[in-house]
Each structure stands twice: as structure tokens, then as C-alpha cells.
Design a protein around this ligand. Structure first.
Ligand code: PLP
Length: 413
């Protein structure tokens, strides 16, 4: 036993290493030394406008300022305020609400929702299945609760969803454990911008239905849709949800819905965890275990953003204003992404399949060395296991031209 540690056995040695923040600090130092316009800071995972300022939605800010103190300072109920569940279901599904029993409870962002599912549905020491290209905190959350991570290669050689590898991992894990939580981050996946197509979803659901024929097994899908509102038009990007109706009772569908990106309100820390099942008992249990976990972890969720969501989804014209303002920022990010894609094609730079969203990923060997070489060019990107990540959400449009070519050069040095 390490005598210098006072921490409990399960907490000993845990230390958060966040590559984004350390590289961000370097980018800021370089900007101070050489001037902001000389430095490409591709680390920040929030939309910055073309002047380098954090983008926010005026209508959201207006609404935030309009609430009387007694409406936002009081405790909210544990599962969410009156009207929150309906507002969260409308926000998440639009008119593509899947058939089945549904419930939604408030969470502190998508992160809170993801935490609840990993804790309540993956057994101690069992595997949670995620893709090889993934958002790092899934691993942090799993480790926090003594769960393990298994990964499948998400892409085929021609950059389609790899159904063969996915099936292998689902089958292998269900041989050794009865509950399997599987996380999907789509549309506009972090870190690649990949979106699972309808045909690919049909393939995935066929595999899961087959696996669920063994009734001793439980499959829990977690749809992490943090970037959905940057993937395309509101109703269009939500159509895939209807595929999740009518699944067998031993497949529980959960959705981690987040207000962070959709309302450019990252720091308000609000989202919803949604459960969908063809069994009412399964959804009732989902609400019971989730609410218990909420009480044990954060008690209740921030009151203000809940009021905001309820207000917006009860006021069509206000909501329309928010959507149209957000559309401007979606188009801005799309324009930056398209500029990069065009130049990547021209310079022969291979990138992961980018459909939309905040990030573009470039596969490469030795990402740490590539990131360091790029820093010599005053370009600051984040290294991942299998490549590097560029946050197109935060790079001013004027800095996009020439970027793909410089990255291509840095790979061959
Ligand atoms: N999922 C992914 C893939 C993300 O990138 C993020 C935020 O960066 C989240 C979930 C959760 O965000 P939040 O907890 O702010 O809703």
C-alpha cells in the first residue's frame, strides 16, 4: 500500500489528464507572443465567431435575464420541473418521437446522463462498448465507477460504419457478461464529424435484435446526440429516432440530450436523460434508478436552464427565433468545414469521414509528433490515439485557407 496516499482504494492514483487544456494554454501563450491572427487555435470545443469571440444566442441570453429570482433560485424537483419532461422530449425528438414507453429526467448536461447510464446499466467490472474514435471522458466516467471499456474499429477501409467489427465485439462481450452498454455518438460525432446513416442504423439494429434473441442478455444503447443541431435541418437530423421504436424488451434505448451546444449554453450544465422501451416496467425502473442516482450525485439540476427549455418549447415564435439564430452559427461552422474538406481533397490529405459538426479528425501515426510539428507552424491541434483533432467550430474562417496543406506537410516530415 502507498503510505503517502490518503485516498480510498478506488480513488488512489486517479488524476485527470486533459490534453485539450494543456495545448490551449500553449496556443494562448503563442497568441500573446506573436499576435492572435498569426496563431491557429484549433483546440477549443465551443463555437467562436470569426472575430474569435465565444458565440452565444441573443434570444437565449434575453430569456435568461428575464426570469424573476424566485423562479430560478429555488430548488428544482429531482427529476426536473413541471413541463421539463415534455419539453425535453420535444427538443430531443422533434416530430420523430419513437414508438414505445418514454421517460425523461433532467441531468447536468449530457455528461450527467452518460454517467447515469454507465453506472446503472453496466455491471461492476464489466465492459462498456465504444468506438476506437471516441470522446475521451467516456473512459474517465467508466473508470470512476469501476467499469471497463472495450472498443471496436468504427470505420471500414472506405470509411463506412464497420458492421463486421461491431458485431464481433457485441457477440464477444455478450458471451462474457449479461448487460452490455453500447455508446453511439451520432450525428456529427466527436472527434470526426461522422454520422451513422439510416442504412447503417438498420444494420446495427439487426445485429442487436439478433443478439437480444438470448433473453438472458440485456442490451442498453446510449445515443449521445450532443452535436445533433449542427448536423443539418432540425427535423431531418432527427428522423433516425423512429427506427428505435418496437425493439425487444431486453433492448433499452437511452438518449443523452444536451443543451450545451444546442443553445450555446455549455456552462449552464443542463440536459436530459431519456429512456425508451417497449416495456413499461423497464421504463419505470429506468426512472427509479436514474432519480436515485441524481439524488446521490447532484441532488437536483440547475433550475434556470430547465425554465429556459420549458419556456422555449411553449413559445413557438421565441423558439423559431432561437433556431434561426443557431442556424447562422451552424452554417458558419459548415462553411469552415467545407473549406477544409475542399483543400484536403486538393492537397491529398486523408481525413476521417466528416459530415458535419464541431470537429475534423485526421488519421496519422505518431499524433504527438505531428501535433508538435504543427506547433512550429503556430497551429495548435489536439492529439488523439489514432490521429489529431481540429476544432473547426473555433477556427476563424479567414484562417482556414492553407491549413489542410500545412497539415499534409506535417505528416510527411
Ligand atoms: N458527448 C460528447 C461527444 C461531447 O463532446 C460532449 C461535450 O463536449 C458531451 C457529450 C457532453 O456535453 P455536456 O455535458 O456539456 O452536455
Amino acid at each position: 500500500q502507498d503510505k503517502t496516499s490518503m485516498a480510498s482504494r478506488q480513488s488512489r492514483g486517479k488524476k485527470l489528464v486533459d490534453p485539450v487544456f494543456s495545448i490551449l494554454a500553449k496556443a494562448k501563450e503563442a497568441a500573446a507572443e506573436y499576435g492572435e491572427e498569426k496563431v491557429v487555435n484549433a483546440t477549443i470545443g465551443s463555437i467562436q465567431d470569426d472575430d474569435g469571440h465565444l458565440a452565444t444566442l441573443d434570444k437565449v441570453t434575453e430569456l435568461v435575464r428575464s426570469f424573476a429570482p424566485e423562479r430560478i433560485m429555488s430548488y428544482a424537483p429531482i427529476k426536473g420541473i413541471a413541463g421539463f419532461e415534455e419539453a425535453a422530449l420535444n427538443f430531443t425528438f422533434g416530430s420523430s418521437r419513437p414508438e414505445g414507453h418514454l421517460a425523461a429526467i433532467a441531468t447536468p448536461g449530457g455528461t450527467g446522463a452518460i454517467r447515469q447510464v454507465i453506472y446503472n446499466y453496466a455491471d461492476d467490472n464489466s465492459n462498456v462498448l465504444i468506438p476506437d474514435w471516441h470522446w475521451g471522458p467516456y473512459k474517465v466516467i467508466a473508470k470512476e465507477f469501476g467499469r471497463k471499456i472495450d472498443m471496436y474499429s468504427i470505420f471500414t477501409e472506405d470509411f463506412k460504419f464497420n458492421l463486421v467489427e461491431f458485431k464481433k465485439k457485441v457477440t464477444a462481450n455478450l458471451k462474457q457478461q449479461d448487460n452490455l452498454v453500447i455508446i453511439f455518438n451520432t450525428p456529427a460525432h466527436n472527434p470526426t464529424g461522422f454520422t451513422i446513416s439510416t442504412a447503417e442504423w438498420e444494420g446495427i439494429l439487426t445485429i442487436l435484435r439478433e443478439a437480444a434473441e438470448d433473453k438472458s442478455k440485456n442490451i442498453i444503447t446510449l445515443l449521445d446526440i450532443a452535436y445533433i443541431d449542427y448536423a443539418g435541418e432540425f427535423e431531418e437530423v432527427r428522423k433516425f429516432f423512429t427506427l428505435f421504436g418496437g425493439l425487444p424488451e431486453n433492448i433499452l434505448v437511452t438518449v443523452a440530450s444536451s443543451m450545451s451546444k444546442s443553445f450555446l449554453a455549455y456552462g449552464m450544465r443542463c440536459g436530459a436523460l431519456i429512456g425508451l422501451s417497449s416495456s413499461k416496467e423497464v421504463v419505470d425502473e429506468f426512472v427509479d434508478v436514474s432519480a436515485y442516482s441524481s439524488r446521490a450525485n447532484w441532488s437536483n439540476v440547475n433550475h434556470l436552464p430547465q425554465e429556459l427549455l420549458v419556456e422555449l418549447y411553449n413559445n413557438e415564435s421565441m423558439l423559431a427565433d432561437v433556431y434561426s439564430e443557431r442556424e447562422g452559427f451552424r452554417k458558419l461552422v459548415e462553411q469552415r468545414g467545407q473549406l477544409f474538406l475542399t483543400e484536403a481533397r486538393e492537397s491529398g490529405l486523408e481525413i476521417c469521414p466528416y459530415y458535419a459538426g464541431f470537429f475534423i479528425a485526421i488519421p496519422c501515426d505518431n499524433p504527438e509528433a505531428v501535433v508538435e510539428r504543427l506547433q512550429q507552424e503556430k497551429i495548435f491541434a489536439v492529439p488523439l490515439n489514432k490521429g489529431i483533432r481540429l476544432a473547426v467550430c473555433s477556427i476563424p474562417t479567414a484562417q482556414m485557407p492553407g491549413l489542410a496543406a500545412k497539415i499534409k506537410e506535417s505528416l510527411t516530415d
